[in-house]
Ligand binder design. Structure first.
Ligand SMILES: Cc1cc2nc3c(=O)[nH]c(=O)nc-3n(C[C@H](O)[C@H](O)[C@H](O)COP(=O)(O)OP(=O)(O)OC[C@H]3O[C@@H](n4cnc5c(N)ncnc54)[C@H](O)[C@@H]3O)c2cc1C
Length: 381
């Protein structure tokens, strides 16, 4: 990064790097796919014990209360050391949402297990007929006494097969009530009536699944916000999700690995290649700066709003461009993993395929462009 560390930041960077170097198991480094819970959760819990699992959560809720620059320092060092992807639905999505909008009882019940790594969460928004057009979702919830009775079908549920809890959007209003008849609810996946079926991705991993809900009874106390008021809650979460997806974490990782690969294959000696790499490195710096600015504004109570759409596009498409470049650096061996330790065992093909999904989840980049066109530029819909 172009920014210089203050002495305090430099000391933290050193402490973080040395600790991660000492404690991160070799078989969790430089992976191109998120490892299964059995191998990654011990690392998650080690970070939790150290107090570093939730840099962006306030201290009063068990987080680090780290400022935006410290968060970026952790991402930079993580990219260098090849730290693995962790399950993020609890840490980045439902945890911060409950801190903002949950009841005291919901916070007391759920925040601790997320921090400790005892519970994995998943997100039940999308349905077979409701992705970009999320407000058309059809999973029904009927009120019966102090319970909701849910029937429907969710899809593309990341890590749904590993999760113990799901935050979901359900229709409590009339079928044609659109965004005014949606409720945001927390569902214990051990409740009778839930079936999960993993879906294999093009990259060969079971990253997500389908979730079928048949007469699933959920206490009304698990509703976040008001009955029929879930659209606003869902969007508060999506805005934060896009700021996180728009962080420099994935771009930094892609940049580090592209440089390492180019050094190994000799592509780094080609001035045209270096020119393109330098251009993307500057983009990564800009993404870091935008993230710091948005995070500081968010902490000051300013809603990221459409800024999160721009950040999501910038970050995800920079990763894709970096991995396009990486494919060129690898040349004819792009379909093969390297063999050996650390960076030497990068699975280029898997990494490239994994990156295609970035512009789809969290709301597709086409939809984010639509939001910017209509709400920022004032163009006709
Ligand atoms: C890896 C991955 C993980 C995911 N994890 C989750 C999860 O955990 N939970 C969850 O709920 N969902 C998840 N999703 C689903 C994701 O949110 C949806 O795939 C996404 O919102 C798009 O919806 P769709 O797949 O139904 O595509 P569609 O909405 O059918 O869109 C198909 C194509 O048409 C384009 N399009 C649609 N409408 C417009 C328009 N008005 N203007 C211009 N272009 C348009 C889209 O951009 C897209 O290219 C995940 C998806 C992926 C790929």
């Amino acid at each position: 990064m172009l920014r210089n560390d203050t002495p305090t930041q430099a000391a933290f960077r050193r402490e973080y790097r040395e600790w991660v170097e000492r404690h991160l198991p070799a078989d969790l480094r430089y992976l191109t796919a998120r490892p299964e819970p059995a191998s990654v959760m011990p690392w998650y819990r080690a970070l939790a014990r150290k107090g570093w699992i939730a840099p962006h959560w306030p201290r009063e809720h068990g987080g680090m209360g780290a400022d935006a620059v410290t968060q970026v320092i952790m991402m930079e060092e993580g990219a260098r050391l090849g730290t693995p992807d962790l399950p993020t639905q609890g840490l980045n999505h439902i945890g911060p949402l409950l801190i903002r909008l949950g009841t005291p009882a919901q916070r007391a019940r759920h925040l601790g297990p997320i921090l400790d790594g005892d519970v994995i969460w998943c997100q039940g928004y999308s349905e077979p007929g409701a992705g970009s057009d999320l407000a058309s979702l059809r999973t029904r919830a009927r009120i019966d006494g102090n319970e909701l009775v849910i029937n429907g079908h969710k899809i593309w549920t990341t890590w749904g097969q590993h999760a113990q809890w799901m935050f979901a959007l359900v229709r409590t209003g009339a079928p044609d009530s659109g965004r005014n008849g949606i409720t945001f609810v927390l569902v214990d996946l051990a409740t009778p009536g839930i079936t999960r079926r993993p879906i294999r991705t093009i990259a060969g991993d079971d990253e997500f699944c389908e979730v079928f809900l048949d007469d699933v009874r959920v206490p009304i106390a698990n509703v976040v916000g008001e009955i029929d008021g879930g659209w606003k809650v869902a969007n508060t979460l999506l805005n934060e999700e896009r700021v996180r997806v728009g962080s420099p974490q994935q771009p930094l990782r892609a940049l580090e690995r592209t440089i390492a690969v180019a050094q190994r294959t000799g592509a780094i000696g080609d001035p045209v290649f270096v020119d393109r790499l330098a251009g993307l490195a500057i983009e990564v710096d800009a993404i870091g700066a935008a993230f710091i600015e948005a995070t500081e504004a968010f902490e000051a109570g300013i809603d990221p709003g459409q800024r999160s759409s721009y950040m999501k596009i910038h970050s995800t498409e920079t990763v894709q461009r970096l991995l396009d470049l990486q494919q060129e650096a690898v040349g004819g061996a792009a379909g093969l993993p390297l063999t050996g330790e650390g960076l030497e065992r990068l699975d280029f093909c898997g990494y490239y395929l994994q990156s295609r999904r970035l512009s789809i989840y969290g709301g597709t980049n086409e939809i984010q462009r639509q939001i910017l066109a209509t709400r920022v530029l004032g163009l006709p819909n």
